[in-house]
Design a binder for this molecule. Structure first.
Ligand code: F6R
Length: 260
């Protein structure tokens, strides 16, 4: 696990975009794992402006969303399918048919979750998975207690997550209780995971998953077992890390050829 502490969201967006740009240049049909929420927005902004500036081509790339609410009507502006379109895929030349999300409106949710797993496998798996982290340590919507080997399935949101996400809705009563989410095992299959956390409200979760024990109570801690996990944090989110100075020293002295 590599922890990179950066001054702010602009630098985080640029560094993550560098990794995605290098991947898409190396492998034009790369498979990107797309998170929603606030954390990835600087990455999407940076990728969109690099695309507009010319030279970055997503025409053969694929995108797979991490999760989706259950029970929002099709086209709801806060459904993650719509959010991903608005914040990223409509701003670059990725083909709409190459952008996928778990189907939270399916009548048979279990079958839809299995179909989603199969669709990811059919394109060879996710090359780079973008992640945020919840204040309770969730990734995707794998709330505390999630099986560390879980696959895409339905989950119930913890009340804190509903409160955290109420800012996107008119009222907390509108935030669904259920979601479908890639499991921790699904996320762990991605070849590279890049997690972004910013702000003091994430400091405890970052400390817990980076330096605490690997345990289902903090789902993101499973990333300690990932062979290629990059954690991009600002100073505020890094403020509780015991080994912050070591992470800074390591990154400052990293050989340039290594990339992220
Ligand atoms: C979103 C997702 C969630 C968020 C997390 C942090 O697709 O899966 O795990 O990444 O809730 O949300 P923000 O970035 O809004 O703080």
């Amino acid at each position: 696990m590599e922890v990179v502490i950066l001054p702010g969201t602009k630098q985080i967006g640029a560094l993550a975009a560098d990794a995605i740009e290098a991947l898409v240049r190396r492998k034009p049909n790369a498979v990107l794992g797309l998170a929603t929420g606030s954390s990835p927005l600087p990455i999407y902004d940076e990728l969109a402006s690099r695309y507009e500036a010319g030279g970055l081509d997503f025409s053969q790339a694929h995108g797979f969303a991490l999760d989706e609410y259950v029970g929002l009507e099709a086209g709801h502006p806060e459904s993650y399918r719509e959010v991903i379109r608005r914040e990223f895929t409509n701003r670059v030349n990725i083909k709409p048919e190459n952008v996928h999300g778990p189907d939270g409106a399916a009548e048979d949710l279990e079958a839809a979750c299995q179909d989603y797993e199969d669709a990811i496998k059919a394109v060879g798996g996710v090359d780079l998975q973008i992640l945020g982290v919840g204040t309770d340590g969730h990734i995707g919507f794998n709330e505390p207690g999630s099986s560390l080997a879980s696959r895409t399935r339905i989950k119930t949101l913890i009340e804190q997550t509903r409160k955290d996400n109420a800012r996107f809705f008119d009222s907390i009563d509108d935030v669904p209780h259920h979601v479908v989410t890639q499991g921790l095992g699904t996320i762990m299959d991605a070849k590279h995971v890049v997690l972004v956390a910013t702000g003091a409200q994430k400091a405890q979760a970052v400390r817990d998953f980076v330096e605490g024990p690997v345990a289902a109570i903090c789902a993101a801690s499973i990333l300690q077992m990932h062979p290629h996990a990059t954690i991009l944090v600002d100073e505020a989110a890094a403020s509780s890390l015991k080994l912050a100075d070591y992470y800074r020293h390591t990154y400052d002295n990293k050989p340039e050829w290594q990339g992220l």
